[in-house]
Design a protein. Structure first.
Length: 76
């Protein structure tokens, strides 16, 4: 009978460990979801920043081209 009790105790311990592992996996999944959401928000901000930089660069390019055209016209 002692072996049966030992076996049942062993099963109880294994079941507790499995429940702990399951809960840890759930927590990891939640953290991954949260970090993924934060990363996607950061990527969206970076994309917006890059778009702003591109627009700024276009403005400067137009200004430089117009300055270059004026200089070329004056040199002729």
């Amino acid at each position: 009978m002692l072996k049966q009790e030992e076996f049942e105790n062993f099963l109880i311990e294994v079941n507790e460990l499995l429940n702990e592992i399951k809960q840890e996996q759930i927590n990891i999944g939640k953290n991954i979801d949260r970090y993924h959401k934060v990363n996607m928000q950061n990527f969206a901000k970076l994309k917006e920043f890059n778009e702003i930089c591109d627009m700024t660069n276009q403005v400067f390019e137009k200004r430089f081209l117009s300055i270059e055209e004026v200089i070329k016209a004056k040199l002729k």
